[in-house]
Design a protein around this ligand. Sequence first.
Ligand code: URA
Length: 443
Amino acid sequence: MRVYDLIKRKRDGGTLTGEEIRFIIDGYVKGKIPDYQVSALLMAIYFRGMNSRENWDLTQAMIQSGRVLDLSSLSAPKIDKHSTGGVGDKVSLVLAPLAASAGICVPMMAGRGLGHTGGTLDKLAAIRGLRVDLSEAELRDQLKQIGVAIVGQTRDLAPADRRLYTLRDVTATVDCIPLIASSIMSKKLAEGIDGLVLDVKVGSGAFMKTLAQGLKLAREMVEIGRRAGHKVVALLTDMDQPLGRAVGNALEVREALETLRGGGPEDIRKLCVELGAWMMKLGRLVRDLRPARIRLQSLIDDQTALVKFKEMVVHQGGDPAVIDNPELLPVARYQVPVVSRQEGYVSCIQTEVIGNAAMVLGAGRERIESSIDPSVGIMLQKKRGDRVKRGEVLAEIHFNDQTQKQQVTKMIQGAYLFSDRRPPPHPLIQAIVTQKGVRVIRN
Ligand code: URA
C-alpha cells in the first residue's frame, strides 16, 4: 500500500477502505508516515469529505491508537456529555454532579479552552488545589465512591487525535465536519461509556455558525455512536449569545454554584435539566423526559447536586471552602462597567467577539501554551431582547491589567447590535438528533 495512491484517490473524490484508513493512522502514530503526507490527505478530506463508513473507520482507528478505559466494574449506567464549545458554557460544572445525584455514573473527560471558547478544565483550575490529572485507578475509585469525576484526557486515550489535531491546527483543516466528528467521538468512545449526550452549539460563538452545519455534524456523530453500538443523542443549542451572564473562569464557577443553589440564569438551569434528562433516558433510569426533568429540578432544589459537587471537589483535592464562600475564588483587581453608546433592543450579541474580549483579558488562551488568569472576565448585564438606554450598563469587565481596558470596552460595545423592535425569541434548544431521526424545534 502506498500513501501517495491513497492521497491521490481521496483528492480525486474516491473513498478509502477501513484497512487503508487503519494503515495511515497506525503509520502516522508510529512515525512511519510523515506530517506532509498526512497534511495532504487531511486537505483532500477537507475538500472531498468522507462517507459515514469512512468516518466510522477513521474513528475506530483513532480509538485503537490508544487504550480504552475499562469501567465495566461499575454497575451504574455510564453516560457522559460533550459540548462542541462555546462562550460562557459552564454547563458541565452543574450537570456532572446533577446527573450523578440522579444515579448516572459520569466519567467526564473535559478539555482546556482554545481561542474564543472556554474549557471546563480551566474553569475548575479556579478552585485552589483541584486535580484533574487522576490516574485510571483513581478515576475508577472515585466513580465507584461518588459517581462523578471531571478530569483531563489521559495521554494514552486516542493519541492519534492529539497528533492529528495539532496538524489540523496548522494546516487550516480544523473546521471540517468528518474530522471534527471523528476527533470528538474517538475521545468519547474511548472513555468506556454506555451513552453520550452531545451539546452541539450553533451560532456566532460556535464552530458551527448555522443550524444546517450543526445538524450535519450532529448526524455524523450520532451515526458514529450507532455504528459503535452506543446510545448517542445530540441537542443543537443556541450559541448566538453567551450562555448565562458570566464569561471567565472564576466568574463562571461562581455562576455554576449559584445554579446549583437553585438560582443562576434561566438558560443555564434549563439546559442543565434538559441535558441531564437525556442522560437519565439514555441510562434507562427513566422512559420519558418529563419525570427526569422533575427529578433533576428537585435534586437542585434540595441541594443534593451542590453537595455532590462538593464531594467531587474534596475527592479531587480542591478547596471545598469556595463552595460555601464563593468570594474565596480569585477576584480581579479592577471591575468597571461598559456602557451603551446606543439605545434600542439588543438584537444580537456577537458571541465570538465577547469570547475574544475575554481572551484579551487573559481568561482564554490564544495558543495552546498560553497561560490563563482565573480571576478575569466579563459579566453581561444585558442579553438579547433586553431594552437598553444610551449610557446604561451593558456589561462589567473584571481585569488586572489597565492597558486592556479601552480595547475590551470597544470590543464589547461593538459586539452588541440593536434594533427598534424587540427581536423574536430564539429557542435555546433548536433541534434534537437521535438515532431515529431529527426534530427541529420552532419557536
Ligand atoms: N473539538 C475536538 O475535540 N475536536 C475537533 O476537531 C474540534 C473540536
